[in-house]
Write a protein that binds this ligand. Structure first.
Ligand SMILES: Cc1ncc(C[n+]2csc(CCOP(=O)(O)OP(=O)(O)O)c2C)c(N)n1
Length: 661
């Protein structure tokens, strides 16, 4: 028998949701109606959170992976007393600039833990949060870090491939602090899920090494019992909740028609009758709202107790904990970078930039315990693990390196989750071409403004014999089209260090560092204290104030531009070479700086072993972009650069032709 107070609490979620969707005439009422009971049990009895301080670091995380049901989350945040969401915001659901956007959009300190909507992403974020929790617990002790990560996920989440990658990784790592509720309503947009799926979920999850329970998702006691059991589990937990989508709607419950459209005025009235809800749209009676607010207020006491524990810790622990949680780099970071720069300058090594990146990591890893690296089974190629990397193993989170396995998509989603958790700076590697396998999550790193660092090695046809399947062509220009993302392509050891420094300092912008497989010559002529890559582009060779040609290149092609510069010099053509490790940062410089770098009165040629798409903005309508117009080929690197005419001789010929010489 359902306790009347409980039923009223759940119905408050249902009616806020259906009224908001009705007012917006857009949205998804089915999920909030179906999962309101599970949400009420979780928030009332188990979730530890403090609406007065949504960022409290040891709060339980709640991820609505099925982000289309966003009104469920907004209702819960409003009801429990978060300042971020008022009844007005709920009335403005899906309106311009409303925090109650169509799908949950991450905002710090709002209670919205992550941006969801693309199905499956929230699940991978939650795995990242759970890993972050374990790693921090190992470092700072369970008196400071000991929370759970809860997820609501639907049929759609589990159909997506990323769910397999993430759940499999979670099972392998034995993430016992992860509790996922499956909104098992057997309905998706096209109709009943038996149109598309015959998986045996119990077997699926058990084979991953998860604990599996099934409950009636409208039965308070059953739900509660299952959560209680999960709290003591030594495995990740799936609670399959058998629910009715659109619960309470006489004509649409149990049907896909309640999934993604307003129910209609008439049907909303019928739901009111059926659930005996006597109140007007957006009206929540005092007794019910007070009951919800009391649930929220419990968190203040829980956080207070935690604060007492925290305050008793030594200054050293408190300072370090606050430093990593607040995303501050250590005091000696600058010095370490400068010392390394000097060392690299003195060594003048001709090495692949992936190797330079490993040297950078070797130099900084011990100073940055919050740096958690990894690779999607390409550690030795990406050079992401160094002698200071310690492997994170199942049930043993004392380490700083994750073998993600061949799971690029989950790796990116998990890194987002770790960054969202706070206290961790994630970096992860794969080949640049396999951006295609993780791009949906990378896009969300950019959309959420997270400090996530993607190490993409084998960044051009320069990888050679592995051939066109492994040679990225369109990838750099594809990445450059994503807003709020810095794409670095360093040319030598110094630039690689500078790009890493920028990536680590960029708190609200993720970074891609594209690295070469092949050796690159050392090109830096003078040691500069300033981070030259921070300007996005700068002059690396010049011998006159009025060059006739500006050669602009990035990464491995800077050497081609320099060779061409020398050859042009020999035939009395004045040139200048610009290294452009980061277009996005260059675009942010002043007009004067940009004009100073890309000489107005010279002809302009860009060189990059990649699609030429996008370079026109630097070379102008009369300029020339040398790059790739087709897929690559399988051959040794030297033959490939010659075959595709990516040579200094070709640059010289193009220059002569353009100058009419
Ligand atoms: C990656 C991705 N593909 C497609 C969609 C569009 N979409 C939103 S909800 C949904 C169906 C989800 O079904 P289910 O998880 O069962 O949700 P329910 O119908 O129970 O609310 C789809 C296909 C999406 N949001 N993300």
């Amino acid at each position: 028998m359902v306790n009347p107070i409980f039923k009223d609490l759940a119905n408050a979620i249902r009616f806020l949701s259906i009224d908001a969707v009705q007012k917006a005439n857009s949205g998804h009422p089915g999920l909030p109606m179906g999962m309101a009971d599970v949400a009420t049990v979780l928030f009332k009895y188990y979730l530890r959170f403090n609406p007065k301080n949504p960022s409290w670091i040891n709060r339980d995380r709640f991820v609505l992976s099925a982000g289309h049901g966003s009104m469920l989350l907004y209702s819960l945040l409003y009801l429990t007393g978060y300042k971020s969401i008022s009844i007005k915001d709920i009335q403005n659901f899906r309106k311009l600039n409303s925090i109650c956007a169509g799908h949950p959009e991450y905002e710090e300190n709002s209670g919205i833990e992550t941006t969801t909507g693309p199905l499956g992403q929230g699940l991978s974020n939650a795995v990242g949060m759970a890993i972050a929790e374990e790693v921090m617990k190992k470092k700072f002790g369970s008196s400071l870090v000991n929370h759970k990560t809860y997820v609501f996920a639907g049929d759609g989440d589990f159909m997506e491939g990323i769910s397999h990658e993430s759940m499999s990784l979670a099972g392998h790592l034995k993430l016992k602090n992860l509790i996922v509720f499956f909104d098992n309503n057997k309905i998706s947009i096209d109709g009943p899920t038996n149109l598309t799926i015959s998986d045996n979920y119990k077997k699926r999850f058990e084979s991953y090494g998860w604990s599996f329970q099934e409950v009636n998702g409208h039965n308070e006691k059953e739900i509660s019992k299952a959560i209680k059991k999960s709290l003591n589990s030594n495995k990740p937990n799936l609670i399959s909740c058998k629910t009715i989508i659109g619960y309470g709607s006489p004509n649409k419950a149990g049907k896909s028609s309640s999934h993604g459209a307003a129910l209609g005025e008439e049907e909303v009235n019928l739901v009111r009758k059926k659930l005996k809800w006597k109140y007007k749209p957006f009206e929540i009676p005092k007794e019910i709202i007070n009951e919800w607010r009391k649930i929220g207020e419990k968190g203040m006491l829980i956080e207070k107790k935690w604060n007492n524990v925290f305050n008793k810790k030594s200054k050293k622990i408190k300072d370090e904990f606050s430093r990593v949680v607040n995303n501050k780099l250590p005091k000696d970071f600058e010095k370490i970078v400068q010392d390394q720069k000097e060392k690299f300058f003195n060594l003048k090594q001709n090495i692949a930039s992936r190797q330079s990146s490993a040297f950078v990591l070797e130099g900084i890893t011990q100073t940055l315990p919050e740096l958690i690296g990894g690779s999607a089974d390409l550690s030795g190629s990406n050079n992401t693990n160094t002698k200071h990397s310690a492997i994170i193993k199942p049930s043993n989170f004392k380490g700083n390196y994750i073998h993600y396995g061949v799971r690029e998509h989950a790796m990116a989603g998990v890194m987002n989750g770790m960054a969202l958790h706070k206290g961790i700076i994630p970096y992860g590697g794969t080949f640049l071409v396999f951006l295609d396998y993780c791009k949906p999550s990378l896009r969300l790193s950019a959309l959420m403004g997270l400090k996530v660092i993607y190490i993409f090695s084998h960044d051009s046809i320069g990888l050679g014999e592995d051939g066109p399947t492994h040679q990225p062509i369109e990838h750099l220009s594809h990445l450059r089209a994503i807003p709020n993302l810095n794409i670095f392509r360093p040319a030598d050891t110094i630039e690689t260090l500078e790009c890493w420094e920028l990536a680590l300092k960029n708190s609200n912008t993720p970074s891609v560092i594209a690295l070469s497989r092949q050796k690159l010559p050392f090109i830096t002529e003078t040691l500069s204290k300033k981070n030259m890559s921070s300007l996005g582009a700068y002059v690396v060779r010049k011998n006159t104030t009025n060059p006739e040609v500006t050669l602009i290149a990035s990464g491995s092609e800077v050497q081609i531009a320099i060779e061409a510069f020398n050859k042009l010099n020999d035939i009395n053509i004045n040139a200048k070479v610009v290294s452009m490790p980061c277009q996005e940062l260059f675009d942010k410089q002043s007009k004067e700086y940009k004009e100073n770098i890309i000489e107005k009165n010279s002809i302009k040629i860009s060189v990059e072993a990649s699609s030429t798409h996008g370079w026109e903005k630097y070379v102008g309508p009369k300029g020339f972009s040398l790059g790739m117009k087709s897929f690559g080929k399988s051959a040794p690197i030297k033959d490939l650069y010659e075959h595709f005419n990516l040579t200094s001789n070709n640059v010289v010929e193009i220059t002569k032709r353009m100058l009419g010489k």
